[in-house]
Write a protein that binds this ligand. Sequence first.
Ligand SMILES: Cc1ncc(COP(=O)(O)O)c(C=O)c1O
Length: 435
Amino acid sequence: MENNLSAYWMGFTANRQFKQSPRMFTKSKGMFYYTPENLEVMDSIAGLWCVNAGHCHSKIVSAVQQQVAELDYSPAFQMGHPKAFELANRLTNLLPNSLQHVFYTGSGSESVETALKIALAYHRAKGQGQKTLLIGRERAYHGVNFGGMSVGGMVANRKMFANLLGNVDHLPHTHDISKNAFSRGLPSHGMEKADVLNDLLNLHDPSTVAAVIVEPIAGSAGVLLPPKGYLEKLRAICDQHDILLIFDEVITGFGRLGDSFATNYFGVIPDILTTAKGLTNGTVPMGAVMISDEIYQAFMHGPEHTVELFHGYTFSGHPLACAAALAALDVYEEEKLFQRQDGIYQYWEDAMHSMMNLPFVIDIRNLGLIGAIELEPVAGSPGKRAFQAFLNAYEAGLLIRTTGDTIAFSPPLIIEKQHIDRLVETVSKVLKHLT
Ligand SMILES: Cc1ncc(COP(=O)(O)O)c(C=O)c1O
């Protein structure tokens, strides 16, 4: 029977365009996807920033296979299974000492909702129930649920839904190509954008503010890097006013920058940290929120038979996800994928910036194994030029991801120099033929 493609309403997809000319994958291995016709497509985005150890890694595959035959599901409330505790310990060992507790979720969006709820409940537990304001940032992406969408700052994701959380404000974004175009690594200009937090605190009064949430590097809005000193400044201002700092590390976690997490890379420690994606190498859906001991202890009061936090998901700490995550952490460690020692980061940076003179390129940015090429938009049709580049790259055997008019690269961390060369060659051809 022929499948009716319209039955599946695809998320964040141009459904009508896709269904006229579908792009399907039926197999994957290492750096590559394969179409039903067995055409090879190189993956320059690790699926969606998640398959950090490469596709169908045999260790992760067999860990999930074994787990599903042994313990398929275990209730997430009032019951446990050993791997969930083992994983929590493995995760906290990767993080600064203050982040000692892990709350499991099923995705990045759920991690963000969990973090925001814990922030509000924490202040209330401390008798500061008036601290309810949440501060996000323009052009931020914190997933698609109501809390994350509200603190997020991607206009297209917000304007369709109108009914956002009320008690929210936003910092300005830090992207400024008039001063920082073609920066290698962190941009030099823009640290003062963090001072706007002081202005917002003056406006609202710090005693009403619960938390500030930022992505250390904004990915979905087009790879926006923090100016030098910016994250440190946010941390200092939050400390001064008893405001929680939340880092959304859904894309920066698990080796993307050349360290396990952005908090370690930047040496700036949040009170709450959200992750997902690379946690299981993308194999099984899972997210996690790391929480400071101070926050956790604020809830551990009252009669011992009572629930301390009225929050959780049926699939929190799912056994298959835990098995996948434990195997993924083993692979990351064994293959030293968090900190490659073979000059790959420099090779990547040079390769990215080698494309600066191609047609329509107005900026190139990079850090760790992240890269972005910003294109000049077609007048009156934002996003059109980059979307055409995406379609043409796919035809040429390369999977890229575009957001607005930016092409964002986040390859599996197993990428080798020959793959980088192939990426540059394909992207160069694609851009030269764009109109
Ligand atoms: C920083 C950030 N937060 C949250 C999310 C949402 O994650 P998910 O799609 O797993 O819900 C994403 C997804 O790209 C993200 O980049």
